[in-house]
Write a new protein. Structure first.
Length: 463
């Protein structure tokens, strides 16, 4: 089998062969390649060259390689292939990967592609597309191995040899009753280590974990992580086995979900397509909404400062520490929000844990604020002794900054940790309580805390 580095080194030669129409040589070069590596190498060719390569690849290899391409690359390639080539690829694709592609296409294109499928594959595709968009039903494949509890190990092994090629995975085999309801799962290792005359019912322990066909895709992530599974069966509301979900499909959902959360956390609406594929106007629209909201929020900072402009005029030295106070509060809030949103995504905490989180963040905020406050106090003290930077009242100024840091960091930690709970309780995405949003909120309140502390400690002296 040719390695990926060897393949990449042959790209100029392959391009020349495409130009010279030496299709037989190209087919021989690619026929023993790993589909995943071939998919990575093909991205270095133009769309026209990709279409040529896919036309001359063996049908099974072209379908397997196509599954490893990104959705956008798949869509671009379909436009360059002929109807017969598209039909061959779609019919040989695994049902779950084909569904992932079809649900990204507009209705007319889906209708056209469905017409290219064989009657059997068209029925499977329509069935999977009939489930809700973000459900496990869209994620599963109906290609699995089911067995009967009355069979012996020998009968099961014979069945696998005869029918194993139609299953996407038989790491686990699923025991169903005569009506087709899921009874249990049997790991292939149990079969291989058992006597051939052993009945399957004697290997069952009735601890099978399954997914509901109507569950959201994100639920599958948590269950796969909890039970450390490679595949999981999917059942309907009456416990009939209808398909399986494999770990590779779940990893795609993880990537999609994490990307969406990261984008929301960065202060923008999640992109529907990849960065390079998103139209410029759409990109501006996705970014502008949150930027405007955050800008309007920051305008409240200027409004808050107008209430303290007299204090600033009398004690200009306070303005020197404004960036320090504001950034510390925003950073602590962003840290807390990041921790809580991620913990929610992993299922480590739920809405009922808000009080526990509140108590932890009170302690954390006080501890972190005290650390920063001490550092701030030492910094002002050292500069005052060395450079006489802050005048004769440097001690009160350092106390103002230190106490303000404790208050602002505490408030930032509480705001950042509680806001995701508020968002989730009203049915919104906790990731939407993004770091910029938390920072903006803390900026305004941080000013109020800072000048309030200053007014108390410096009244009659500098104020």
């Amino acid at each position: 089998m040719i390695g990926i580095e060897a393949l990449k080194s042959q790209i100029p030669e392959i391009k020349a062969r495409i130009e010279g129409r030496a299709f037989g040589a190209i087919r021989r070069t690619f026929k023993d390649c790993d589909p995943a590596e071939l998919a990575e190498v093909i991205k270095d060719f133009s769309e026209q060259e990709q279409a040529v390569i896919f036309r001359i690849l063996p049908r099974a290899l072209s379908a397997s390689t196509f599954e490893y391409l990104d959705i956008e690359d798949q869509k671009n390639l379909l436009r360059g292939l002929g109807q017969a080539d598209v039909a061959g690829i779609l019919n040989d694709m695994s049902p779950d990967d084909r569904t992932a592609l079809l649900e990204e296409l507009p209705g007319p294109a889906v209708h056209q592609l469905l017409s290219l499928l064989s009657p059997k594959e068209r029925m499977v595709a329509r069935s999977l597309l009939g489930y809700p968009e973000n459900s496990v039903g869209r994620l599963m494949t109906p290609d699995y191995m089911s067995i009967q509890s009355s069979w012996t190990v020998q009968e099961v092994l014979t069945y696998i040899r005869e029918r194993g090629d139609v299953s996407e995975s038989f790491n686990d085999l699923y025991v169903i009753d005569p009506q087709g309801k899921l009874a249990d799962d049997i790991h292939i290792r149990s079969l291989l280590l058992s006597p051939l005359d052993t009945k399957i019912e004697n290997l069952m322990n009735h601890t099978c974990v399954s997914l509901s066909v109507s569950e959201e895709k994100e639920a599958a992530i948590l269950i796969f992580r909890k039970y450390d599974k490679v595949t999981l069966p999917v059942v309907d509301s009456q416990n009939f086995l209808v398909g399986i979900v494999t770990i590779d499909d779940v990893m795609d959902v993880v990537e999609e979900t994490d990307t969406e959360d990261i984008q929301k956390f960065g202060g923008l609406d999640a992109l529907d397509e990849s960065y390079m594929s998103t139209p410029m106007l759409e990109m501006i629209k996705k970014r502008a909404r949150w930027l405007v909201i955050l800008f309007l929020g920051e305008m409240l900072t200027a409004t808050a400062m107008t209430f303290f402009q007299d204090e600033l005029a009398r004690a200009v030295v306070l303005a020197l520490f404004l960036p320090l106070i504001i950034s510390s509060g925003g950073n602590s809030g962003s840290q807390a929000a990041t921790l809580i949103v991620r913990a929610m995504a992993l299922g480590e905490i739920t809405l009922k844990d808000w009080w526990k989180v509140f108590k932890r963040e009170v302690f954390s905020g006080l501890a972190l604020g005290t650390i920063l406050g001490l550092i701030g106090f030492i910094r002002i003290a050292v500069w005052s002794q060395l450079f006489h930077s802050y005048g004769e009242h440097w001690l009160l100024i350092s106390a103002t900054v230190s106490l303000s840091l404790v208050g602002v960091v505490l408030w930032g930690s509480l705001s950042g940790s509680m806001l995701p709970f508020v968002m989730k309780s009203i049915g919104a995405d906790p990731a939407a309580s993004s770091a910029p949003f938390v920072a903006t909120l803390v900026d305004v309140t941080g000013l109020i805390i800072y000048f309030t502390v200053g007014a108390i400690l410096l009244r009659g002296i500098l104020l």
